[in-house]
Design a protein around this ligand. Structure first.
Ligand SMILES: Nc1nc2c(ncn2[C@@H]2O[C@H](COP(=O)(O)OP(=O)(O)OP(=O)(O)O)[C@@H](O)[C@H]2O)c(=O)[nH]1
Ligand SMILES: [Mg+2]
Length: 434
């Protein structure tokens, strides 16, 4: 076990706690805790120690068992005793140390742990919510995130309230109770309002997605921090946000492959995936999931320099399968290859012979992806000659962004040979007969 590093003044450090269920491998737990450590790191919180306990299931009362609880209490300086009443003396909690559970805690588990350990206790969901909240947000993601936050808070509000009500006393109990009810009602009202607003925003997003439905669409998907937005920038020239932290992107951006192709290829940048995403946050991923589901090709971007990249590929594949995007043709882009040495590159190229080993920082690699995309979609084009009356030539202008004109011959009418997808040609013919 790594030795416990005590925080110095002004520093906030965390002790991570996980319960390892029988079906979990050691490596799964290590990976999950490393991810939690990264998430905390992006909030500026360092990790002092990791505590793992093997159990059939988490303790309903204290998450970990009695022995581990005492071990933790020794590390935090807590009494190790459960609260006698529903109250914790918040003033006595240490402010330099935090205990973070790798699962979502029930309100009761959290209260008991706090009392026994004498430190603030939070869970994985809270950490992910805070990371999302620390990111710049679009109008849609702000609403979705507030909804996720309130859904998380609602069942926990009673505890917080009772904890804060330190005066107690018989007469106050009923007043405290009604205050809790009022607070809950306010949250429920706000949740109802947010749901309505979000439905409206989604309807607008759905319309703009439908408007693109006959166009060629590619979606960049993958684990958070893999380099999706970096590739988006270089493939489309769109100034999307790139940063070396988890969940830099919280919304979907669509741009055209640049230099432009005829017909244009639309590329969508999406929100990154993560292991065990809290269910409250699934709505925030909706536009990402829809964008992925409707794409004709997925570019699965992977940070190949991350030692956990194989597991991250699996997480992304699982999510894609869950949302019904498992059958969409997918290219594996093993990104950040510039960080590998020649040997590692060679080994990985052998192991993933179907994948493209690339670096978003290398313009030649970006050009390779661009060319492959062009070739891929051009292959699906068919060439057909369509006879247009002169009066209907305007139709070509309407379809100009979706087809290439190979030849035009003028006689009694115009014979135009075009190259386009079968879908677009069918649409053009349908318009002609109308
Ligand atoms: N060395 C190296 N760094 C890269 C490469 N691609 C991206 N990065 C860096 O990796 C970090 C994350 O890149 P992003 O493009 O923001 O990753 P993302 O997949 O969009 O991440 P999220 O939006 O958080 O899901 C940034 O610091 C990039 O500069 C690459 O090919 N090589
Ligand atoms: Mg991004």
């Amino acid at each position: 076990m790594p030795s416990f590093r005590y925080p110095s003044a002004g520093e906030l450090r965390a002790i991570l706690v996980a319960v390892q269920l029988p079906e979990m491998e050691d490596a799964d737990v290590r990976r999950s805790l490393s991810e939690l450590e990264n998430l905390l790191g992006s909030l500026g919180i360092g990790v002092a120690d990791r505590i793992v306990q093997r159990r059939i299931q988490p303790s309903r009362v204290t998450y970990v068992g009695e022995g581990k609880l005492q071990e933790l209490a020794r590390l935090t300086g807590g009494t190790g005793e459960l609260p006698r009443g529903p109250k914790t003396n918040l003033e006595s909690l240490r402010t330099d140390l935090l205990v973070v559970a790798d699962d979502e805690l029930t309100p009761g588990q959290r209260r008991n742990l706090r009392a026994a350990l004498g430190v603030e206790v939070i869970d994985r969901t809270e950490v992910i919510l805070r990371v999302f909240e620390s990111r710049p947000q679009s109008h849609a993601s702000r609403l979705e995130l507030e909804l996720a936050r309130l859904e998380y808070e609602l069942p926990r509000i009673r505890d917080e309230h009772v904890d804060d009500d330190r005066e107690g006393g018989g007469g106050r109990a009923s007043r405290g109770h009604s205050n809790v009810e009022l607070a809950k009602q306010r949250i429920r009202d706000r949740i109802a309002y947010l749901r309505k607003e979000i439905a409206r925003v989604h309807a607008v997003q759905d319309r703009s997605r439908r408007a693109r439905s006959d166009q060629i669409r590619v979606a960049l998907v993958g684990y958070t921090n893999a380099g999706k937005s970096s590739l988006m920038r270089r493939l489309t020239g769109r100034e999307v946000f790139v940063e070396d932290r988890l969940f830099a992107t919280l919304g979907t951006t669509v741009g055209q492959l640049s230099p432009p192709t005829v017909p244009p290829i639309l590329v969508a940048d999406t929100v990154g995936f993560i292991h065990r995403l809290p269910h409250q946050l699934v709505a925030s991923f909706r536009s990402t999931l829809e964008e992925a589901k409707e794409a004709s090709l997925l570019l699965h971007v992977v940070d190949v320099s991350d030692p956990a990249f194989r597991a991250q590929i699996r997480v992304t594949e699982e999510v894609l399968a869950e949302i019904g995007a498992g059958e969409i043709p997918t290219w594996l882009l093993l990104n950040k290859a510039d960080r590998l040495d020649a040997n590692a590159r060679e080994a990985i190229a052998r192991e993933f012979s179907e994948a493209l080993l690339v670096s978003a920082l290398d313009p030649r690699d970006v050009e390779t992806i661009h060319r492959r995309l062009r070739e891929h979609f051009a292959r699906n084009f068919v060439e057909e000659t369509i006879i247009l009356p002169y009066a209907r030539r305007g139709l070509l202008a309407e379809f100009a962004d979706r087809l290439q004109i190979v030849r035009e011959e003028y006689g009694e009418s115009v014979a135009v040979t075009v190259r386009a997808s079968e879908q677009v040609i069918a649409m053009l013919r349908a318009r002609l007969t109308r």
